[in-house]
Write a protein that binds this ligand. Structure first.
Ligand SMILES: [Fe+2]
Ligand SMILES: [Fe+2]
Length: 341
């Protein structure tokens, strides 16, 4: 008999102070471990899928001739971005070294990401727009470069930076894939959202189905990293908010500049306006700020400044942050105060 699943209500919750740095680190590790267990359970039991078995390859074959050149270019460059998965995982494992809960999360996340490049290869191949030889040659050229966080996004190569960057990057990837799904549907002559027939049979047509399934992974990844940042925010408010602020200010997608077809991708992005600074603000940065409990970037900036001034020794139970970025300190009267009063 399998043990009853542990849910968050049963999770070992907050320790009480004194809030030394070590105590905070320990509390973060406990909560991240819990987040990992819950994430892993859902990923394996509910969200799991197999690229070679679960994508409608036959439908890709019959509809591939409808895909536009820009759509094909974009799918190929996302194949390149996803194919750096080995570097993302390796680099991350080095950065989080010694933190078991973060390492295990990195491994499970990597196992899921590994399916995405395979899916884009299947889409391009079965749509009949690239040959196996072309795809192998492309992926070999991608492998000529090595991606590292330190080189490509300096300053984010810390355990906290990694999580903050991934939180934003996964949301941006979700957005891009959902936009690309809509583009594919437009190429196919279909409306943006699934038709009643598609809903009835449970998946969208051809390549659109692949983008739907992969984008569902991406938003789950976003949710997981968001939770990690939220945990850190309670124990290390200044460091966490400052990192989120810096990541939001200096964000760009990983590996774009080292792709073999970077120029073609850039031109296709400009023509299609798939992902513009305005769309990034509206559909990536603003939802991230909202989910972290802030009205806007000004509020986050204020919270960074205010959290710098928080008295040391205050635990998460004594501090809350308003949506406009002000810290509210709840002072429980101590026995000493009551006696004095
Ligand atoms: Fe991915
Ligand atoms: Fe992802």
């Amino acid at each position: 008999m399998i043990n009853e699943p542990l849910n968050s209500a049963q999770a070992p919750l907050q320790l009480n102070g004194p809030w030394t740095r070590e105590a905070r680190e320990r509390a973060v590790a406990d909560e991240v471990k819990q987040a990992y267990i819950e994430y892993f359970r859902k990923a394996v039991k509910i969200r799991n899928w197999i690229p070679w078995d679960d994508l409608p390859l036959k439908e890709m074959e019959s509809n591939g001739h409808l895909l536009s050149e820009d759509t094909i270019t974009l799918i190929q460059s996302f194949l390149g971005v996803e194919d750096y998965v080995g570097d993302y995982v390796l680099d991350g494992l080095n950065v989080v070294h010694g933190r078991r809960e973060r390492r295990n999360l990195q491994l499970q996340w990597g196992a899921e990401e590994a399916k995405h490049a395979e899916s884009w290869e299947l889409v391009l191949l079965h749509s009949g727009v690239r040959t196996q030889e072309q795809l192998t040659e492309y992926r070999d050229r991608v492998a000529d470069h090595r991606w590292t966080m330190g080189e490509n996004h300096p300053g984010f190569d810390t355990p906290l930076g990694l999580a903050a960057y991934a939180m934003v990057q996964e949301r941006a990837t979700y957005f891009n894939y959902d936009e690309l799904r809509k583009r594919i549907r437009a190429d196919y002559g279909l409306p943006e959202q699934a038709t009643p027939e598609e809903r009835q049979r449970g998946h969208q047509l051809g390549a659109a189905a692949a983008f739907k399934i992969v984008s569902t992974d991406e938003i789950a990844h976003h949710g997981m990293f968001l939770r990690i940042i939220d945990i850190h925010k309670r124990y290390f408010p200044y460091e966490t908010l400052d990192m989120v602020f810096r990541v939001l200010n200096g964000f760009n997608m990983p590996a774009l500049y080292i792709l073999p077809d970077a120029q073609e991708m850039k031109a296709a992005l400009e023509r299609t306006k798939l992902y513009t600074p305005l769309k990034h603000g509206r559909s990536v940065a603003n939802p991230v700020l909202d989910a972290l409990g802030f009205d806007n970037k000004r509020a986050l900036e204020r919270a960074v400044q205010e959290s710098k001034l928080l008295p040391t020794g205050l635990g998460p139970e004594a501090v809350s942050i308003s949506r406009s970025g002000e810290f509210v300190i709840a002072m429980e009267p101590s026995e000493h105060d009551m006696a004095a009063g």
